[in-house]
Design a protein around this ligand. Structure first.
Ligand code: GLU
Ligand code: ZN
Length: 488
């Protein structure tokens, strides 16, 4: 039987690390086993439904370059893939359970249930349904239903015995049926299914073979298995994925830092780094290999290499991956990726002009090695596109030097500009070295005032290359301005 797996997000919030990890593992498992990856939108909770969350699902996976074989936008033989469009199916299935007496209609009013809860609380008993309607005859129930009484459909949880499920990672789990929430609602009075019914019916109808999902769903498993059994169906193979923790050993959450993908994207992470790092949260290929492209994971991923132990999300590690992938980028791709960030920071126009485009192309080789994030580019190259922000005059003066010396240095540089203004940065460096020797100052002390005059900072991309990009006229102006500053 060929593998069919699904990612089944509820569009109630933004895609975060945990969800994306689930999606990636399902996706890679499908790819590496020649199976099918399905996206199913679990949107039956209409109160928590948020259209932005649906858009975020599309945006996130488009950005990561992850495509589903069946699901929204692409369709497939088991659609529709939005649960909200499948309510008739759930109703039919709930009905069926009632007919075979594995489920029953319950007519209890919200008032009765509220009172029941209050009494249970008063008596310090566990809160739960008292199975009041479980023994209504089917005839009687049908009659009341036809008469228009509102009803829900509940599952008959066996009163005795145990329910067992097997999880590939966790092993066999046995649950006493008497400990399971008595007779949960499967179909609500508005005709919408509860999460459990829709989830099980769809996994069955869509012929899902493996369920890879977060461990928070383990407590629902016995109930799900009972629903499969009630229908006479075989449950898929379960594999609940290891938890993802922050560095403090608590479940990863906002307290630890960014968790939603859109935040990482806006902070200048590249998709390759995210995919690579997230794939190592609870999975490893061997003890040493860390770098994997998406294409490699599509071949190498296996469930056997999942770890039982919780994974720790290490922000520093992700940063490191990001730097690795940025440095590996081909220049043209990197340029394209940087443009929106540079526009966001007001450094480039939108659309980008030809002149800016030419300059930016020249900048890429100067900064690529220095970028940890796509967002870093602005700080490195702003001086090439905009007037300098005011800098303190002392910044122009080398340690143990005086303003007067710095001024003289810059004046010499200005007057010899014809000889060093870069045609070829190496030749200029040669010239400046000789010049510093003849002036009897260190090369560093010659270059430092020049660097600050040109870039506004003592840290910058390679100076001669930058000057070349900046152009002769602007270079002259900046040196003159610095001289003026030093003379005030
Ligand atoms: N809709 C559920 C969620 O958002 C899916 C759980 C499952 O994968 O079975 O997590
Ligand atoms: Zn009832």
């Amino acid at each position: 039987m060929s593998v069919r797996v699904r990612y089944a997000p509820s569009p109630t919030g933004l895609q975060h690390i945990g969800g994306v990890r689930t999606a990636l593992f399902n996706y890679f498992f499908a790819r590496s086993s020649g199976g099918t990856f399905i996206l199913r939108i679990e949107d039956t909770d209409r109160e928590r439904y948020d259209p932005r969350a649906l858009q975020d699902i599309y945006d996130t996976f488009d950005w990561l370059g992850i495509r589903w074989d069946e699901g929204p936008r692409v369709g497939g033989p088991y659609g529709p893939y939005f649960q909200s469009e499948r309510t008739a199916l759930y109703q039919k299935h709930a009905e069926k359970l009632v007919q075979i007496e594995r489920g029953y209609y319950c007519f209890c009013t919200p008032e009765r249930l509220e009172k029941l809860r209050e009494e249970q609380a008063k008596r310090k008993e566990p809160i739960g349904y008292d199975r009041h309607c479980r023994n209504l005859s089917l005839e009687e129930a049908e009659r009341r239903k036809r008469a228009g009484e509102p009803y829900v459909v509940r599952l008959k949880i066996p009163l005795e015995g145990t329910t067992t499920f097997h999880d590939r990672l966790i092993g066999t789990v046995v649950h006493a049926n008497k400990d399971i929430n008595p007779d949960p609602v499967l179909l609500k009075s508005d005709g919408y299914p509860t999460y459990h019914l829709a989830n099980v019916v769809d996994d069955h109808l869509m012929q899902i073979t493996h369920i890879l999902r977060a461990q928070e769903w383990i407590p629902s498993c016995p109930l799900h298995v009972l629903i499969y059994q009630a229908f006479g169906w075989e449950p898929p193979e379960y594999c609940h994925l290891p938890m993802v923790m922050g560095s403090d050993g608590h479940k990863l959450s906002k307290r630890h830092g960014s968790t939603s993908l859109i935040e990482f994207r806006n902070a200048g992470y590249v998709p390759e780094a995210i995919i690579n790092y997230i794939s190592l949260l609870g999975w490893s290929y061997d003890d040493s290999r860390q770098l994997f492209t998406k294409e490699e994971l599509e071949k190498l991923f296996t469930l056997d290499k999942l770890n039982k132990a919780p994974a720790v999300f290490d922000y520093k590690k992700l940063e490191w991956f990001n730097g690795v992938y940025i440095r590996e980028r081909d220049k043209e791709t990197l340029k394209k990726e940087l443009i929106p960030f540079l526009q966001r920071d007001g450094i480039l126009s939108n659309p980008i002009t030809e002149e800016e485009d030419r300059k930016l192309t020249a900048c890429i080789p100067l900064i690529q090695e220095r970028l940890k994030f796509l967002t870093d580019a602005s700080q490195w190259i702003r001086f090439l596109f905009q007037d300098l922000l005011p800098y303190p005059v002392e910044a122009l003066v080398p340690k143990k030097g005086s303003r007067e010396e710095a001024r003289k240095t810059l004046e010499t540089l200005l007057s010899t500009m014809d000889q060093w203004f870069p045609k070829d940065p190496h030749q200029s460096e040669e010239f400046l070295r000789t010049l510093s020797e003849s002036l009897n100052i260190k090369l560093g002390n010659l270059l430092m005032p020049l660097r600050v005059a040109i870039t506004g900072s003592s840290v910058s991309p390679p100076l001669m290359e930058s000057i070349q990009i900046l152009g002769r006229e602007e270079t002259m102006k900046r040196i003159q301005r610095a001289i003026q500053l030093l003379s005030e």
